[in-house]
Design a protein around this ligand. Structure first.
Ligand code: ADP
Length: 441
């Protein structure tokens, strides 16, 4: 028997015991009160009918038998008369009551015991012309109570007996999908991500199975990305490392003359720089994604910020015979942002644009006011980007064949823009160039 089933049995029996005990306690307190009250009400009704029947003694018999009255007395001018005596008598003899009943001091209603030990109820109905006292057997007796307890006990036992198979059945119904989910989660921990659970319970367990599937898919994606990442990183590190090793070996073995040694050392320095920037990019992305990168917002002039990129790509532009135009706002404005992080974003957009703009290409850095804010964009006259590639361009390690980087630049830019809460995007058409932008609200 499963743990859930055992717990269900415990809950069920507990609830039944509490309900059973409450029933017994409440019935012992209230049942006699309620039942006796109902009898008094009947007796009052009977008294009223008897009063209305007035002197028509022929109707008395019907009323007395309808209401199962034991006896009816009238008290008029201190004289007690038994109506049942007149109608031939129903129930106990009059002297029997009278021994125990003090007619002079009767309250509106009450109980009294007969000499034979039975319990009777009386009701005194006062009228202008005298009182009518109706007497009835108290139908609520200890025997009645005993029967009530026996019935309650039988129901209680039946409920208790039924609770075991019912909770076993329910427990099984609940545990089956849970066990299936448990197996699936064990499979996931072993790296089996194609979760094949069909839970159709229509409740939270089904929701849990859906979440488990989503989790497995996302874990699989992460697993694949991690695997690709290790492959990419190894590849990206292997090439500069082997270049560094080859050149160092040539210098160490004395195979290079002083001119070649100088050239080789230059290559080594640039490969080390490349490795360094790869490591820095990785560290930066992990810092942003772990939430440790906090924004240091400050107000600065947007035009000064844009103009600061004027000389950053001079060498590359000269080598390509390309042009960079900076088109600041007509009227400068102060913007509130983290200048260092925003510099990182624009630098990356420009770096890519210069890299892909082609010989004699044109790159522009623009700022323009729009409805939703100031749009800062970097446009290039490069080859444009394939729409299928464009969909994933902001993802980590997504890079083109000619990249030379690790495909982290735009991922970092995207994280930094998200951190600022700026909208951003890219528009590109094959053969027509690309535009990367963000909007400062
Ligand atoms: P990396 O530059 O290290 O490759 P990025 O994340 O900066 O990484 O860029 C991802 C990829 O997006 C690049 O490899 C390149 O294929 C493509 N890309 C980015 N900017 C441009 C651009 N302006 N024109 C054409 N392709 C681009």
């Amino acid at each position: 028997m499963g743990k859930i089933t055992k717990r269900l049995i415990r809950y069920f029996t507990g609830i039944i015991c509490v309900v059973g005990l409450t029933c017994i306690i409440l019935s012992s307190i209230f049942l006699s009160v309620i039942y006796t009250d109902i009898q008094y009400r009947d007796m009052r009704e009977a008294s009223e009918k008897l009063y209305r029947a007035a002197d028509d003694s022929s109707q008395y018999g019907g009323i007395i038998s309808d209401y199962q009255l034991s006896n009816v007395f009238t008290i008029r001018d201190g004289k007690v008369t038994s109506l049942t005596g007149m109608t031939g008598g129903m129930g106990m003899n009059m002297s029997g009551y009278m021994l125990n009943l003090d007619f002079d001091n009767l309250e509106e209603k009450g109980k009294f015991e007969t000499l034979r030990g039975g319990e009777l109820l009386y009701y005194r109905y006062s009228t202008g012309s005298g009182d009518i006292i109706v007497i009835q057997n108290n139908r609520f007796s200890s025997a009645y109570m005993r029967y009530t307890y026996i019935i309650l006990a039988v129901i209680f036992m039946l409920a208790l007996l039924l609770s075991i198979p019912v909770s076993a059945y329910l427990g099984k119904k609940i545990t089956e999908p849970v066990i299936e989910l448990q197996k699936a989660s064990m499979d996931i921990t072993k790296g089996k991500f194609d979760v094949d659970v069909e839970v159709k319970t229509g409740d939270e367990i089904q929701d849990l199975s859906e979440s488990l599937k989503v989790m497995a898919e996302s874990l699989e994606q992460k697993f694949i990305m991690q695997r690709d990442f290790i492959a990419n990183v190894s590849h990206d590190f292997k090439t500069p490392l082997s270049v560094i090793r080859n050149y160092s070996e040539a210098i160490y073995d004395g195979l290079a003359d002083s001119k070649a040694s100088r050239r080789y050392s230059g290559e080594i320095i640039s490969e080390v720089d490349r490795l360094n920037s790869l490591v820095m990019e990785l560290l930066e992305l992990s810092k942003i994604q772990s939430g440790k990168a906090a924004l240091k917002r400050e107000r600065f002039s947007l035009n000064d910020f844009l103009k600061s990129f004027g000389t950053a790509f001079e060498m590359q532009l000269i080598q390509k015979n390309a042009r960079l135009d900076i088109n600041p706002l007509e009227q400068d404005t102060l913007v509130l942002a983290d200048a260092e992080y925003l510099h990182r974003v624009v630098y990356n957009f420009l770096d890519n644009a210069v890299k892909y703009c082609g010989d004699r290409g044109e790159v522009s850095l623009n700022a323009a006011r729009g409805a939703s804010g100031i749009k800062v964009s970097v446009r290039d006259s490069g080859p444009g980007i394939d729409p299928a590639f464009l969909e994933h361009i902001w993802e980590r390690y997504y890079k083109g064949a000619r990249s030379g980087g690790m495909g982290l630049g735009l991922a970092i830019a995207s994280e930094l823009l998200k951190l600022h809460g700026f909208k951003y995007g890219v528009e590109s058409r094959l053969g027509e160039g690309s535009e990367f932008y963000f909007i400062i609200p």
